[in-house]
Design a protein around this ligand. Structure first.
Ligand code: ATP
Ligand code: MG
Length: 269
């Protein structure tokens, strides 16, 4: 498999009818690779020709612009303060071919967003989503109110997990809360930083077993991404993986996940 941008662009529901597919990336535990995966998925979809928006939903701790070395003119805090519209706060990330709505590092006002302000922001985002075919929401760590709300707002939730026991426990907690908040919601699991494919499958099996036993649900595996130095190198250099290391094995792994996420199979529970 290659990292060439050759996805057949086939969003599940017609973007013209109700806006593009909104996919949220969560994990519970921090530092597992949500932001990196969100950026790379957005990049793959953009290269495949989909109009793509990456929304930094880690309110109060900007992630996306830092990983890409950007200093956007506007960010979410100006939108929340009512100074500019959400549409005019988006920045075109020309190197990746997608738009970014940046978060604001260290902005307490964003992390303490009231439920009403969050709803207003999401309603703006729903309107903005009509101009896109794929919208990726990079959520913050933890399971606070805004993370849970944004997870249910999305059409699909991707839960990123590693083999770290804390990550597994937190991923299970995310799945449990999501099942309660959004019965019938569509949650997929990505195992990241796996030592090997077999190790990744074992990690998924552990999470699947707990979910099946205690929640009565079997989450679907969206894919496994191995631990790869190319990821660290790209982040260190504030450059997207697909530009810096386009033929790395992880690039192909994310591309396969991107394809899977926009071609969902029927859940076999
Ligand atoms: N597949 C991978 N291989 C190697 N390292 C990885 C991989 N995925 C992520 N990492 C490492 O994990 C670190 C954290 O990634 P990232 O910032 O995307 O995580 P996060 O879940 O968004 O964190 P936070 O919860 O703090 O927002 C990266 O700096 C990178 O070094
Ligand atoms: Mg992050």
């Amino acid at each position: 498999m290659t990292a060439s941008p050759s996805l057949p662009p086939a969003p599940v529901r017609s973007p013209r009818e109700r806006g593009g597919e909104i996919i949220a990336i969560a994990s519970g535990k921090g530092g597992v690779g949500k932001t990196w995966l969100a950026i790379t998925l957005a990049h793959v979809w953009a290269r495949a020709g989909l109009r793509t928006l990456l929304f930094d939903g880690d309110l109060g701790l900007a992630n996306v612009d830092i990983q890409l070395g950007l200093t956007p003119e506007h960010d979410l805090s100006a939108v929340v303060a009512g100074r500019i519209s959400l549409a005019s706060a988006t920045t075109c990330y020309a190197a990746g071919g997608f738009d970014i709505l940046a978060g604001r590092s260290g902005s307490g006002s964003l992390s303490a967003l009231s439920p009403e302000a969050l709803e207003a922001l999401l309603s703006d985002l729903r309107i903005a989503a009509r101009r896109y075919e794929a919208i990726v929401l990079d959520l913050g760590a933890g399971l606070d109110r805004s993370v849970r709300r944004m997870a249910t707002f999305a059409h699909r939730l991707v839960v990123v997990v590693t083999d770290d026991p804390t990550s597994l426990t937190d991923a299970y907690a995310v799945l449990k809360l999501y099942a309660a908040d959004h019965p019938g919601g569509d949650a997929r699991v990505v195992v990241n930083q796996a030592a090997s494919r077999a190790a990744g499958e074992r990690t998924f099996a552990t999470l699947e077993r707990a979910s099946r036993t205690f929640l009565g649900r079997t989450p679907l595996l969206a894919g496994i991404i191995r631990r790869d130095e190319h990821v660290r190198d790209a982040i260190r250099r504030q450059s997207p993986l697909l530009l810096r290391h386009p033929i790395a094995a992880v690039a192909a792994e994310v591309e396969a996940i991107a394809r899977e996420l926009l071609h969902p199979v029927v859940a076999g529970t």
